[in-house]
Ligand binder design. Structure first.
Ligand code: C5P
Length: 222
């Protein structure tokens, strides 16, 4: 059994994609598999934490030994995360939240029309930034996917969202990030310092993430 070094710590993890419906049968989404977030939730559970996993639609079954909340849209994700985060010591936002949703989703299936159509999108709330504005003693960790200027952009995100650090990954490296069982991440702090980790299993990335987060938790005496 793993060392119980997170015993009594309340952890909220978000995972997977969100779905932003345009009408009852069509949505905007992304290829997030949920594997990274599930790995963080399972690693935290095995180290004794009390875990709430809030997940978008993914093919993975509910892990045992934690509260699992299934959601679809970014607005539902926000409700569930904010509710669970009230009591949390640590929030890890692994979810690939859609940046936009339909300004008004149709309640009936939209028929095909001749020619181009325009979809009016409106921005979703930034959940991590919202938690960062009222941070309290919570430790906040984000993920970011960038194709260029990764470290700089991730550091700015960590600053803007008041996150303790962000794990940067790349959508373009085979077998990592979206859908893969491995991940190649760089830990980026708000001050711009960073540390590249080798290619690791998502479970090992989760282990290191929690090793980095643990000393930041005020509830633990070390
Ligand atoms: O999309 P972005 O690169 O800004 O995501 C960085 C972090 O912010 C991720 O941890 C993601 O889960 C979180 N996020 C969020 N709400 C959004 C967009 C992103 O909490 N609307």
């Amino acid at each position: 059994a793993a060392r119980q070094d997170l015993a009594g710590v309340k952890v909220v993890v978000s995972a997977g994609p969100t779905r932003e419906y345009l009408d009852p049968v069509r949505f905007i989404s992304n290829p997030s598999s949920g594997k990274m977030g599930f790995a963080v939730a399972e690693e935290a559970r095995d180290r004794g934490a009390q875990v709430t996993l809030v997940t978008g639609p993914v093919a993975l079954p509910d892990p045992v030994g934690m509260d699992v909340v299934r959601i679809e849209s970014a607005l539902e994700l926000r409700d569930a995360v904010v509710r669970a985060a009230g009591e949390a010591d640590l929030v890890v936002m692994t979810a690939a939240v859609a940046d936009y949703r339909a300004a008004s989703a149709a309640t009936e299936k939209q028929a095909k029309v001749a020619g181009d159509v325009t979809i009016h999108l409106t921005p979703n709330p930034d959940i991590l930034a919202e938690l960062g504005r009222d941070k309290g003693r919570r430790v906040l960790i984000g993920f970011a996917m960038e194709t260029h200027a990764g470290v700089e952009r991730a550091a700015l995100k960590a600053q803007r969202k008041n996150a303790n650090f962000i794990l940067l990954n790349y959508p373009t490296r085979a077998g990592t990030a979206f859908g893969g069982d491995n991940n190649e991440v760089t830990l980026v702090r708000p001050d711009g310092t960073s540390q590249a980790w080798p290619r690791l299993s998502k479970r090992e990335v989760a282990r290191r993430l929690l090793d980095e987060a643990r000393p930041l938790l005020p509830v633990l005496s070390h």
